[in-house]
Design a protein around this ligand. Structure first.
Ligand SMILES: Cc1cc2nc3c(=O)[nH]c(=O)nc-3n(C[C@H](O)[C@H](O)[C@H](O)COP(=O)(O)OP(=O)(O)OC[C@H]3O[C@@H](n4cnc5c(N)ncnc54)[C@H](O)[C@@H]3O)c2cc1C
Length: 478
């Protein structure tokens, strides 16, 4: 069972829907054209047939561009970075072990279009098992056998409360409010409270990249989930990106500043050039839309601007530490830590389990991730080491090297992935996705009301936006 499915089962007591919405649009391979790694010309009008312009070469942009390309449209993809993939980013700095700094998992392999891409292209994936977690108490002692049952009992109790939240509260509240009600009603000891907060952090805050006081109790898990296991890519998620980029005309280093649209078409102005097109698919991350660094002319409709402001960008931080040797238990895939302060270094992935390399991956989410992102590397590593010493003793070696993500300060992401704060719902995501003036179409994980905040959600949103554009194009031809 995958992590989201596990969450939903607990909440809905067995009722999650897993529906594949992909279709033939994403099948087959287009001709291979080299990706343009250089800067574009000063003025580009795309030749006689005006091209479709796709803004962003993340998963959504690439899937949209592929769908248009396969349907026979001329497409230009404009990407601000000097690389492809956006929030799917594999680091190959440690030559023996590729590290995914953005997405790691395919969440739920059954019917998932990303699994199909991986399978069709013989990309190796490996199953992960969240049940294979060893949990450590605040003082570093192992959780005793019976204490795991207590963890499960607390989970069930909490999920029952959360499921009832929509009956108990007249209007949407943060999950924190539901938790407070539970903690007040039941007479928990401090240690029990800490354990509940650990569970909430690990299974909600890490999954949705937001604090429980930021997430909607009614809608935080809006949408569906694919069934089946969760898998990772031992050779890097970027293999999927490279498959999707095949055959496309992609212009890197093109920071889009302005998108003008009207009856005559679209003009997209980057810091280097101007591109004229028939229509455009915008896959800018929610964080970038919220920051207003790309100007739309005329201004986007009120409903869309409302959605941009109402939705929020969450944060998940990853800290990979490489040690001279493995000093932690090799058997668990995950290591949990019931921290004194909620969410401080509470989840670790044992990379040695999958690769034999002496690497641990620490996750932090939401406010603690935002705080640590402002620290220097040395401070982050020192803080991580404090927790590791509590669990594994003071004699453990220092790491030789590390790789640390900073997605909140990345100007082309401004966060990890979107989440639903109180008062928003799937309808808000749909408002973000709605086409504008038959010229602009919107894709990206935050536009996916079915699979928000995932790679497959981004992928399917790209297909959806391409399909909307193609439908409009066909109407124009008659
Ligand atoms: C740390 C982390 C862990 C995650 N873990 C998982 C996971 O395990 N499984 C999972 O399914 N999902 C995971 N996700 C979420 C997943 O990575 C995203 O949902 C998905 O990759 C988003 O794709 P996208 O195309 O919508 O956006 P992006 O990948 O962000 O693509 C948008 C593109 O637009 C470009 N851009 C931005 N501004 C401009 C501009 N002004 N001009 C031109 N181009 C611009 C960006 O550079 C980027 O390439 C994770 C994300 C993060 C950050």
């Amino acid at each position: 069972m995958n992590r989201r499915e596990f969450l939903k089962l607990l909440i809905l007591l067995g009722g999650t829907v897993a529906v594949s919405r992909c279709d033939s649009l994403e099948k087959g391979d287009g001709p291979i054209i080299e990706v343009n790694g250089g800067e574009g010309p000063i003025f580009e009008n795309g030749g006689g047939d005006r091209p479709m312009i796709v803004v962003g070469a993340g998963i959504a942009g690439l899937s949209a561009a592929q769908a248009l390309h396969k349907q026979g449209s001329k497409v230009i993809v404009l990407e601000a970075r000097s690389r492809l993939g956006g929030r799917v980013h594999t680091s190959r700095e440690w030559t023996d072990v590729p590290l995914d700094l953005g997405a790691s998992w395919i969440h739920g392999v059954k019917g998932n279009p990303i699994s199909r891409l991986a399978k069709d292209n013989e990309i190796i994936t490996v199953e992960t098992d969240y049940d294979n977690t060893w949990v450590y108490n605040t003082d570093g002692s192992d959780l005793a056998e019976g204490e795991y049952d207590i963890l499960e009992k607390y989970s069930t109790l909490f999920w029952r409360y959360l499921r009832k939240a929509s009956n108990e509260f007249d209007e949407d509240v943060p999950i924190q409010t539901v938790v407070d009600t539970l903690l007040t009603k039941e007479n928990f000891s401090e240690a029990e409270k800490q354990t509940i907060l650990y569970l909430l952090n690990r299974f909600i805050e890490h999954e949705y990249a937001a604090d429980i006081n930021e997430l909607s109790a009614f809608a935080f898990d809006e949408g569906g989930a694919f069934r089946g296991e969760d898998v990772v890519f031992p050779d890097g998620y970027d293999q999927v990106v490279n498959i999707l980029a095949k055959g496309l005309d992609i212009r890197l280093n093109q920071f889009v500043r302005q998108v003008e649209y009207g009856q005559a078409g679209v003009t997209v102005t980057t810091e280097q050039a101007r591109f004229e097109g028939e229509r455009a698919i915008i896959t800018l991350p929610l964080g970038v839309l919220r920051a207003g660094s790309v100007q739309f002319s005329p201004a986007l409709p009120t409903q869309k601007r409302y959605a941009i402001q109402a939705l929020r960008m969450g944060l998940l931080g990853k800290v990979y530490l490489r040690f001279p040797h493995i000093f932690w238990p090799k058997e668990p895939e995950f290591i949990g830590y019931i921290s004194a302060t909620k969410g401080h270094w509470s989840e670790w992935m044992n990379i040695a389990y999958y690769t034999d390399a002496p690497i641990l991956l620490g996750f932090n989410a939401a406010s603690f991730a935002r705080e640590t992102e402002t620290w220097g590397d040395q401070q982050i590593v020192a803080s991580a080491m404090e927790t590791l010493r509590t669990m594994f003793g003071t004699n453990i070696p220092k790491p030789d090297s590390w790789q640390i993500t900073r997605w909140a300060s990345d100007p082309y992401a401004l966060g990890a992935y979107s989440y639903l704060p109180p008062g928003t719902s799937g309808e808000t995501l749909k408002a973000l996705a709605a086409p504008v003036a038959s010229r602009l179409y919107f894709a990206g994980e935050a536009t996916s009301s079915d699979y928000q905040a995932t790679v497959h959600g981004a992928y399917l949103s790209g297909i959806r936006a391409a399909r909307e554009l193609i439908a409009e194009q066909s109407v124009d031809r008659f």
